[in-house]
Design a protein around this ligand. Structure first.
Ligand code: OXD
Ligand code: MN
Length: 599
């Protein structure tokens, strides 16, 4: 096994030595990423009660973990961007002085790994060795995080060989729960009252303390691939976005790639793996959560998925809503906070029409359908390897990325926003991204259902001043000729009728919207210009075989002048937060829509 003394990368060696001295772990383990290593960690976690092995016949090599009930989602109010100045972090991020925060963290981390093993996880975001990829090292005291990172990233010894003496993103993570000599561990150690997820964008480093859950602790994902990478992208002329990437093939066999940003738990995974209901049209998956995008020499925007697994929201995932996700997590998967069946398999709300009897809920208690609370936590998750997804795109690991023809912004809106519309040009599309306004979900702590502005679905993930991020989007539009830029669309699957029921069936039916987008890019799909953008006429959408309520389509495509004037007014008020950092072009775009609405 690798040892500190033999490390080639001197910066890494020095950092590990410093962390060992600060955190005082019992031992250090360099993760090699092997199956054997993962199996041995899983076995240890079963022994400790962290993992419950699932029925090996039904769900081979899979485990259930139950978190501490106080540690169930991303903690946005405890997430910090510690840039040199508050202004650089901007009004939408929590900022703290980097030196003071380092002091606080140093105190918290001192001795925090006593009685535990310190794991060093070398990982690559993006295909190993690709020029678009970046290497990170996560140090953690959580074996649960090691086995999750092994699924979510390319992790292990090979990464160190590629790193040589090059730079890497430092991520230090601790559950913040040292053990006294002889003290028995709990299944899910954490320290919710002291949790802090801290980013130092100039230093490109991450310190995460107190939580073991998802994006708080899998540091490659939100912390690195979005918060730190968005800042790297701004500095170096590329983009790190909260977007799925899919390939859409038409009946003639032509494929176009589309990237789409929706806030957390709004159906990115379902769209990325969608099974088309239209004969001849198919969808293949490149990624479900994060896209790194760069303009290539040919002037087109190319995207890679830096991850290698899915950390999907479990509730609502079913054979009907996402059959491909069900196959993806049928083996070699980790489930967190879902319910357990008596034959040691997993279940969550929406998985089957009938609720199986005798369930144990996510808290480990006997549960029945009359219980006021769901059996699976609303933010329960599956962690599953991407290469198990039956519809992974053949180019998903192409180091060059895939060429993007369209970008989509979406959110959960019961009113106002039509099913789909197209931006008039790039800058108008950027405004559409700035204006994403969506009902909150369980992916983060806080009140579910409340409307909040979530520009580009990046509100919790932008590592610098969001006003400057808007400017970066505008700037990216100048890097190529307009004909080579992806077209930009807004979609909303969640509009409701007067009866408060969803008007659009969603899931596999969404391909009808993607088909219109494909045809628009080809110069064929018919559209009608409205003050907010180009909408399909009802006849331009393929609605064959779809039995919608009589007036549903009219309601889905309705653009109300009053609602939109109100929407722009709300957006302007929100944008005023950014003061001088708001690009003038964004205000001008608002004015143009207002004029068109009033004209
Ligand atoms: C996620 C999120 O886990 O956005 O992807 O919260
Ligand atoms: Mn996400």
């Amino acid at each position: 096994m690798l040892r500190i003394e033999t490390l080639f990368n001197q910066q890494l060696k020095q950092w590990i030595e410093e962390v060992v001295e600060l955190c005082q772990p019992n031992r250090v383990h360099f993760c090699n990423g092997s199956e054997l290593e993962a199996a041995s960690l899983c076995k240890e976690m079963v022994k400790n009660g962290t993992f419950i092995p699932l029925n090996d016949e039904k769900r081979p090599n899979s485990f259930l973990a139950r978190s501490n009930p106080k540690d169930v989602a991303r903690v946005e109010d405890r997430t910090f961007i510690c840039s040199k100045t508050k202004e650089e972090a901007g009004p939408t991020n929590h900022w703290a002085d980097p030196n003071e925060m380092k002091e606080t963290l140093t105190k918290l981390f001192r001795g925090c790994m006593r009685g535990r093993t310190l794991y060093v996880i070398p990982y690559s975001m993006g295909p190993l060795g690709s020029s678009i990829s970046h290497i990170g090292i996560e140090i953690t005291d959580s074996p649960y995080i090691v086995v999750n990172m092994r699924i979510m990233t390319r992790m292990g010894e090979d990464v160190l060989a590629i790193l040589e003496d090059g730079p890497f993103i430092k991520g230090l993570h601790s559950v913040g729960s040292p053990l006294k000599i002889g003290e028995k561990d709990v299944p899910w150690p954490c320290r919710p009252e002291e949790t802090r997820i801290v980013h130092f964008p100039e230093e490109r480093s991450i310190w995460s303390f107190g939580s073991g859950y998802g994006g708080n602790a899998l540091l490659g994902k939100k912390c690195f691939a979005l918060r730190i990478a968005s800042r790297m992208g701004r500095d170096d002329g590329w983009m790190a976005e909260h977007m799925l990437i899919l390939g859409l093939t038409n009946p003639e066999g032509r494929k176009k790639y589309i990237a789409a940003a929706f806030p957390s738990a709004c159906g990115k995974t379902n769209l990325a793996m969608m099974q088309s209901v239209l004969p001849g049209w198919s969808i293949e998956t490149v990624g479900d959560d994060i896209a790194w995008m760069k303009f290539a020499d040919n002037g087109r925007l190319y995207a890679i998925n830096p991850e290698s697994g899915f950390f999907g929201v479990a509730p609502g995932t079913s054979e009907e809503s996402n059959p491909n996700a069900m196959v993806t997590c049928s083996r070699n998967s980790i489930f967190t906070n879902v319910a357990l069946t008596p034959d040691q398999d997993i279940w969550w709300e929406g998985m089957t029409k009938e609720t199986p009897p005798l369930l144990t809920n996510w808290l480990g208690q006997k549960w029945s359908p009359d219980s006021p609370n769901p059996a699976a936590h609303p933010n329960s998750r599956f962690t599953a390897p991407a290469n198990q997804c039956p519809v992974m795109d053949s180019n998903w690991e192409d180091p060059e990325g895939v060429p993007i023809s369209a970008l989509i912004f979406g959110g959960r809106r019961s009113t106002t926003t039509p099913l789909v519309f197209e931006a008039l040009d790039w800058n108008h599309g950027v405004l559409m991204g700035c204006m994403v306004n969506s009902e909150k979900t369980a992916a983060a702590t806080g009140k579910v259902g409340e409307l909040r502005h979530d520009p580009f679905a990046m509100l919790p993930f932008c590592g610098y001043n969001m006003g400057d991020y808007f400017a970066h989007w505008l700037y990216m539009g100048t890097k190529t000729t307009p004909d080579k830029l992806p077209r930009i669309y807004s979609v909303n699957w969640f509009r409701k009728g007067e009866d408060h029921e969803f008007l659009w069936p969603g899931f596999g039916q969404n391909v009808r919207i993607l088909k219109w987008i494909f045809e628009r890019i080809d110069g064929k799909g018919k559209g009608e210009e409205t003050p907010i953008g180009i909408l399909p006429s009802q006849a331009a959408l393929d609605l064959s075989g779809l039995n919608l309520h009589k007036n549903a389509m009219a309601s889905l495509l309705k653009v109300s002048k009053e609602e939109w004037l109100q929407e722009i007014k709300g957006a302007r008020k929100y944008f005023s937060l950014f003061g001088p950092h708001l690009p003038q072009e964004i205000s001008d775009q608002c004015t143009r829509i207002e004029r068109r609405l009033q004209g």
